[in-house]
Design a protein around this ligand. Structure first.
Ligand code: ADP
Length: 439
């Protein structure tokens, strides 16, 4: 039975939605409800619980038909002020094209801004309907995503993100708590390494007193060495996330080049911040650029920077609560002083994944993707000998891109509904992974 409140208003019961919908601002409705509301797939509805949220209409899961149910994700539930099992009032609304939207990156501890970020994020959330004050999500590959608060929209009211929307991403330094929600489950094929790392980093960060009590020196620095793209950065982020630590990342060459003339001051600033915000993780990528063997360095800059880094590491008083993770591909080129006790005195080799590892990684990166039924991940893992995580990630993205390119080829899109229909029905067949492999 359909309960009509007033003309074109409908009361529906909220239930959870498909995991693939999360972040896409979709409300799944029964054909009967769609008819009563006079909406079709792709139309925008207002969902009123304790608050007002909006979402784009899609068809409901077939086994939920005929029950006056609306399927919405946690974000839309939050903006509509409801939880699962509660009722909402739904009606069709008009939604303007967004000219400008300012998004505040939430949970952000990263302070690096990238000018292309607006365009990039815009592509990820194209088609999303939103209101000022909403919390939204931009899905990256697999299980990675960014979260934002909609700070303002132009025009005001309900708007939809389109290709021409100018997005401004505000990276709030003060916000705290950033975690790109990289968890250990997002890292494939490094089970043993992760166990070791947890012991070395997570325990001292979480239980510094344990180490003190036992009279053991908690490690201050851990060196991860391995080829580029094997997951060293990913590991550092996952640890920061899992330990709820402040995370700051620096890149060796950047410290030397970008901050030329102020490299030591920059390092001091980073360490100061880390100490203030402890527990913290300082991640120094390509540390070999900062700290090459001193006798081999030509410039004075590097020598001074190494000396500064050593002083800073020796000076971390808050034992265990500030951890420095260095990453390098060439550990033997490092200044040996850095590898002495109390500095980077633990090392972990991050290897190139074997077939089992590649399978784990492929499973992670295809997690959010609509895969064709013929996709054989095991076979792909056998065909990708020598690939590291970053290569496997690129392979999955490319297979997805090929599928999108094929789908849009020769299509004359007259409206947005059609676009949504196409995207919604995309499936990535095995063949496209094979094509991506040979490119
Ligand atoms: P590194 O720091 O070793 O150069 P990254 O951690 O930056 O490599 O990896 C780059 C990207 O490649 C990651 O963001 C992730 O998408 C993918 N990747 C690399 N290693 C793995 C892995 N072991 N499991 C899952 N994804 C991985």
């Amino acid at each position: 039975m359909i309960l009509m409140e007033e003309k074109n208003n409908l009361v529906l019961k909220v239930t959870e939605t498909l995991s693939k919908d999360v972040g896409h601002g979709i409300a799944r409705l029964d054909p009967q409800s769609m008819k009563a509301l006079e909406v079709g797939t792709g139309d925008i509805i207002e969902i009123e619980g304790g608050k007002k949220g909006i979402a784009k209409v899609m068809p409901i899961q077939s086994d939920l038909r005929g029950m006056s149910i609306i399927q919405i994700d946690g974000y839309t539930r939050e903006s509509s002020g409801v939880t699962i099992g509660e009722n909402v009032t739904v009606k069709k609304i008009e939604c303007a094209k967004a000219k400008k939207v300012n998004l505040l990156k939430i949970n952000s501890k990263y302070t690096d801004t990238n000018e292309d970020e607006g365009t990039y994020i815009g592509r990820l959330i194209e088609g999303l309907a939103l209101l000022k004050g909403n919390k939204i999500r931009a899905n990256l590959m697999g299980s990675l995503f960014y979260e934002f608060m909609v700070e303002s929209t132009d025009p005001e009211g309900a708007v939809i993100i389109n290709r021409d929307t100018k997005l401004k991403i505000i990276n709030s330094k003060e916000q705290g708590n950033f975690n790109l929600r990289v968890t250990y489950e997002d890292i494939g094929g490094l089970g043993n390494e992760i166990l070791k790392i947890r012991e070395m980093i997570e325990w001292p960060l979480k239980h510094p007193y344990l180490f003190e009590k036992l009279g053991i020196d908690a490690p201050k620095g851990v060196l991860l060495h391995g080829a580029p793209g094997t997951g060293k950065t990913l590991i550092a982020k996952a640890i920061a996330n899992e330990t709820d630590s402040y995370f700051v990342s620096i890149n060796g060459p950047e410290i030397i080049n970008k901050y030329y003339g102020e490299s030591e001051a920059k390092l001091r600033e980073i360490f100061d911040k880390a100490v203030k915000n402890a527990p913290s993780i300082i991640f120094i990528d390509e540390i070999d650029a900062i700290a090459p063997k001193r006798e081999e360095t030509k410039g004075d800059v590097e020598k001074r920077v190494v000396a500064q880094l050593l002083t800073l590491m020796d000076g971390i008083r808050d034992r265990g609560r500030v951890m420095v993770i260095g990453a390098t591909n060439i550990p033997n080129s490092l200044d040996p002083a850095l590898r002495r006790p109390g500095r980077f005195d633990r090392e972990i080799q991050i290897g190139i994944p074997d077939a089992k590892g590649r399978m784990d990684i492929l499973n992670i990166h295809t997690r959010g993707m609509p895969l064709g039924s013929d996709v054989d991940i095991k076979k792909l893992s056998e065909l990708t000998g020598g690939f590291v995580g970053a290569d496997l990630n690129a392979l999955c993205r490319e297979a997805a891109m090929i599928t999108v390119r094929d789908a849009f080829q020769g299509q004359e899109l007259s409206n947005e509904n059609q676009l949504n229909e196409i995207i919604f029905h995309l499936n990535i067949p095995m063949q496209n992974f094979m094509r991506a492999l040979t490119q």
